[in-house]
Design a protein around this ligand. Structure first.
Ligand code: NOJ
Length: 572
């Protein structure tokens, strides 16, 4: 154990240099993820919609974020919360119309917010015109060639073509009337596209053009690591969980994730975006990869200059609340992204994972669960929120781009008491209830304590029931309240912008002991912001010439002592 001298070593090595000059917006942006079904409902049907979003954009302006990313709002049967797209060029009536989208984007842009939208290229909905045509056509047809149809194994072809499993549980193959099977890495309502097919490639470039022409600032690309499957579609045995957890197994060991061929797809997308950016230099466009890829060196391949601008840092999200692990992940992320010149991103919550206010309230000995149910061990809500605030305060001091998920700024926990009857995530069904799935982090947003549906919409309808605590944490309970999580986020985001932390360099500070993460964010002019997080049980005195406290995730103890699970920013 390092002796706890509490005399921080100010000249610790710089692991990441500051950005030269004035970086483009996306390199340092704080982006707020909106899950459209659950943010704001304008018409009282219990489902969020685009006009609802438009009417609440001022709130985001006041929060101080730079951009919004919207999960899918396209025509969809909502078998997977809209990630089953039936028409990539239209808005589902539950969310509104294309005109509503335009009005939303116009208002956002008027407020100085960039608009990033989701694109889902790995699979369509089974209701997409292409898939309907494929079902109506014969084996071997041009229509079937856009998807991954195969004959089955066994004498009657009644066994699936290989042993692949769907991410949501159960086999990854579904049989159709004429006996062929089609691949679906997710729900069987989400047939995988065949990215060896030129029509598929051309179609998605056209979809990107459609939205670029409507003025969007960029795309978040769903399952960016899954589009290409290994030739021959070989069967594959997933190794036991503990081997995977130790990170000893690169993602591309499987025949359907992170295949080298995906890197032949994205340069054309990047060229298209670069072309739009070149024509409107004050409007640079961006794409961010959702790629669950390990190790980070493989992830960095997606971030080479002719591919994605950014990629979500899921290693950071999945890191346990342990100082050594966190330090290692941050260090490794910055170093591997620096090799390809891409900013590093930071994220703690999204619509696919247990919210960090709940996740960090669970014992920190195993990876996060996929959802929490009423019969599972329950998170410690007080500890979870305290750590969540500390984690966010640590995150927003880091250089690069950061992603926030709606509601985390209120400190919302997951809803863990959702009854089986209301759960909609396909995971819940296809794993035969062994995994609760993601509904708990998708519960509609509470705007106002006293209003029906806590102000989510004008009626008392809410597509998932809201826990009582959402009333106590509602936006109107925190607005202007000193010490509230909402005001903490506002302060952090404001200081991050004022001190240009996104563009800063990072140097580790030693001397606080093994249970502390401490770094200096240093900008190009040498201005330092020191960030110290105490992940241990014992309070840590903040000795040395660290500067004055400018924000803290919770109250400090007497004489500049940092309590457990607290982060502080200091500056001279
Ligand atoms: C990742 C999305 O974030 C998730 O919500 C979805 O279920 C899968 N991709 C499949 O599209």
């Amino acid at each position: 154990m390092t002796p706890q001298t509490n005399e921080p070593h100010h000249d610790a090595a710089i692991v990441h240099p500051p950005e030269p000059g004035d970086p483009l917006w996306w390199r340092t942006a704080v982006t707020y993820q909106i899950y459209p079904r659950s943010w704001a409902d304008s018409d009282g049907d219990g489902l969020g919609d685009l006009p609802g979003i438009t009417s609440h954009l001022d709130y985001l302006r006041a929060l101080g974020v730079d951009a919004i990313w919207l999960s899918p709002f396209y025509t969809s049967a909502q078998r997977d919360g809209g990630y089953d797209v039936a028409d990539y060029r239209n808005v589902d009536p539950i969310f509104g119309t294309l005109a509503d989208f335009d009005a939303m984007a116009e208002k956002a842009h008027g407020l100085g917010l960039r608009v990033v939208i989701d694109v889902v290229p790995n699979h369509t909905s089974n209701l997409h015109a292409w898939f309907r045509a494929a079902l109506a056509a014969q084996a071997g047809s041009r229509e079937r060639a856009r998807y991954i149809f195969r004959d089955g194994r066994g004498p009657d072809g009644d066994e699936p073509p290989n042993n692949w499993r769907s991410v949501f549980g159960g086999p990854a193959w579904q049989r159709v009337d004429d006996g062929q099977w089609y691949l679906h890495l997710f729900d069987y309502h989400q047939p995988d596209l065949n990215w060896d097919n030129d029509e598929v490639r051309a179609e998605f470039l056209d979809v990107l053009r459609f939205w670029l022409d409507r003025g969007v600032d960029g795309f978040r690309v769903d399952v960016a690591h899954g589009l290409v499957k290994q030739a021959g579609l070989p069967s594959w045995q997933m190794p036991p969980a503990d081997l995977r957890l130790e990170g000893t197994l690169p993602t591309n060991a499987s025949p359907y994730w992170d295949q080298n061929g995906v890197h032949e797809i994205y340069p054309a997308w990047r060229a298209l975006l670069d072309d739009y950016s070149a024509r409107t230099p004050d409007h640079p466009r961006v794409m961010v990869a959702e790629a669950w890829v390990q190790p980070l060196e493989r992830m960095a391949l997606y971030l080479r200059p002719d591919e994605f601008h950014l990629g979500f840092n899921f290693d950071f999200l999945e890191c346990l609340w342990r100082a050594t692990d966190l330090r290692a992940v941050i260090d490794h992320s910055l170093r591997s992204n620096d090799l390809v010149g891409a900013p590093t991103t930071w994220v703690l919550s999204n619509h696919d994972v247990v919210r960090h206010a709940s996740r960090l309230g669970l014992p920190q000995e195993r990876p996060r669960p996929n959802g929490i149910g009423p019969d599972d061990p329950q998170p410690d809500a007080v500890l979870g929120l305290r750590r969540a605030r500390a984690a966010t305060t640590l995150m927003l001091g880091l250089p690069g781009a950061a992603y926030l998920y709606q509601g985390e700024e209120l400190g919302l926990p997951d809803a863990t008491d959702l009854p089986a009857a209301v759960r909609q995530d396909p995971t819940f069904r296809f794993t035969e209830v062994s995994e609760m799935g993601r509904d708990g982090c998708r519960v509609p947003f509470p705007w106002s304590r006293e209003a029906p549906s806590f102000g989510f919409g004008p009626s008392d309808r809410s597509w998932l029931p809201q826990p009582t605590v959402y009333g106590e944490l509602a936006e109107d309970q925190q607005e202007g309240v000193d010490g509230s999580t909402l005001e903490l986020y506002r302060t952090l985001i404001r200081l991050r912008a004022e001190r240009r932390l996104g563009a800063g360099g990072l140097a580790w500070l030693d001397g606080f002991g093994d249970e502390v993460v401490a770094y200096a964010n240093v900008d190009g002019a040498g201005r330092r912001t020191v960030v110290v997080t105490n992940l241990g049980a014992e309070p840590v005195p903040l000795k040395g010439d660290l500067g004055e406290v400018i924000v803290a995730s919770g109250p400090l103890l007497e004489s500049r002592t940092l309590p457990a699970d607290t982060t502080v920013w200091l500056a001279r």
